[in-house]
Design a protein around this ligand. Structure first.
Ligand code: SF4
Length: 193
């Protein structure tokens, strides 16, 4: 990757796995629906949760650490960039934290998102990632994600597929279920639904 313009938002990876048309609408058609209420709600929610979990997350790294929210990272090798919900760092190591309002076990998409942020931390902030954690529901439940070589490989494959999909002008096929389409903000653009 050479220019920042070519970097894909990390959030598009998760959206691509939900339905390949979503990043296609965004990147190829430049359709960007207004931010929905629940997104704003989620942001406010995670900001309000910060003091509650701080101490528990410090277990992953030693020494004095700082907590920052909405931290920008990018990965040139992967060609992605984005803002991490929260990053704890001690100068050498970092802990990547992502907040999710659902209470379910981590999905593949959520794990890949964390992996992408972890690679971004290593490449752009020069920190070794000691842990990547999903905080779900009311933030009482922590899900550490195993940043394995298999997950890394899976991520590179998905990003390659995403790039292929958004490099052509034909709207991609989608196997999204009716339940997915019913909650999708792009429904009015899909004339076959
Ligand atoms: S409405 Fe359905 S097919 Fe269209 S983008 Fe949304 S999830 Fe995909």
């Amino acid at each position: 990757m050479t220019s920042t313009d070519e970097l894909i938002p990390v959030s598009h990876i998760r959206q691509f796995l939900f339905c390949p048309r979503i990043p296609w609408f965004k990147q190829v058609m430049s359709f960007e629906p207004p931010e929905q209420g629940w997104v704003s709600q989620g942001k406010r929610w995670h900001a309000s949760q910060n003091p509650r979990h701080k101490r528990r997350l410090n277990q992953y790294i030693k020494g004095p650490s700082k907590h920052e929210v909405d931290v920008y990272v990018c990965s040139r090798s992967l060609g992605v960039h984005g803002y991490i919900d929260e990053l704890i760092s001690n100068g050498d190591q970092g802990v990547v934290i992502e907040y999710k309002v659902d209470k379910n076990k981590p999905t593949l998409a959520q794990k890949l998102q964390l992996m992408a942020y972890a690679i971004g931390v290593e490449e752009s902030l020069y920190l070794k990632v000691a842990a990547a954690v999903l905080l779900k529901g009311d933030a009482r439940k922590q899900y550490p994600v195993d940043l394995s070589s298999e997950l890394r490989l899976a991520l590179f494959k998905v990003v390659a597929e995403l790039r292929k999909t958004t490099s052509i002008h034909r709207m991609p096929a989608s196997s999204a279920t009716e339940a997915k389409c019913d909650q999708c903000e792009y429904l009015r653009y899909c004339n076959d639904r």
